[in-house]
Design a protein around this ligand. Structure first.
Ligand SMILES: [Zn+2]
Length: 264
């Protein structure tokens, strides 16, 4: 059974058929999903989804709570307490998504840094691992992580798309690496395809980041271009090809890693 560590299931693109999406995932062998919290309201919505499907899909849905760097301007004095309260929900397994994104700078770098540091403190306070995002902000992100490294337990850099140097620095800090369908894109993912074999198998996790990042190696792509957790095997397949390993090994080991990391 595969574990998809990054699913934006509260997205309105699943409004009409969330139950089918979960059923499809199970039928494709994707047995556990970690739903991503990206704002206070989305984190709440995600926990409502976990509760709503708890009986029909037992031990399948888990969640992170946090404020995405794009939403960092929303972060204020009350936010940490609100996230802390949400983190007591039994489905919550990580703090995030949080980090720095200087590629799009939708929120100011200062606001992103304040929010990120508050999330690190929250991870320390709750003992939960961190679900990290980073784009074109590796040097400051690494510097902040280093400062806090003795205090937070574990972290995964989700949807890693950086270069080899950055990858090695995250690994040196003992972090896990999440790989999405970015790796299936021959053009955009060319650098990632070359370095994915540098990730030790016991630090690798896989994710769809659905509904985004539809795997480009799919033979029959859905017309609406919407990604789903049931497409995760395409990501596993491509990683296996890049690493010259068998896909069963990738599936088994990434599931073991996720089970240990998220304590699920
Ligand atoms: Zn992200």
């Amino acid at each position: 059974m595969l574990t998809d560590i990054g699913v934006n299931l509260s997205s309105s693109r699943y409004r009409k058929d969330r139950r089918n999406v979960l059923q499809n995932a199970l039928e494709a062998g994707v047995g556990k999903l970690i739903l991503t919290g990206t704002s206070l309201s989305e984190s709440k919505a995600t926990l409502d989804i976990c509760d709503f499907f708890a009986n029909d899909f037992p031990e399948m849905l888990y969640a992170t709570v946090g404020i995405h760097p794009h939403n960092a301007e929303q972060f204020n004095h009350g936010t940490s307490d609100a996230l802390y309260n949400l983190s007591a929900h039994p489905s919550v397994v990580a703090i995030g998504e949080t980090g720095l994104d200087f590629f799009r700078n939708i929120a100011s770098p200062k606001a992103q840094q304040i929010s990120f540091e508050a999330h690190l403190e929250l991870a320390t306070k709750t003992g939960l691992p961190m679900f990290l995002h980073e784009r074109e902000a590796e040097s400051l992100q690494l510097e902040i992580l280093k400062e806090h490294r003795n205090y937070f337990k574990d972290a995964v850099v989700h949807c890693f798309t950086g270069n080899r140097d950055t990858l090695l620095k995250y690994l040196e800090l003992g972090l896990y690496i999440g790989i999405t369908g970015w790796v299936c894109d021959q053009k955009r993912g060319s650098e990632l395809r070359n370095i994915v074999s540098d990730i030790p198998i016991d630090r690798l996790m896989i994710e769809t980041d659905a509904p985004y990042l539809l795997p480009q190696n799919m033979i029959f792509k859905p017309k609406n271009k919407r990604n789903e957790p049931s497409f995760l095997p395409w990501v596993a397949k491509e990683i296996a090809a890049c690493r010259i390993e068998c896909v069963e090994e990738i599936i088994e080991q990434t599931s073991i890693n996720a089970k240990k990391f998220f304590n699920i």
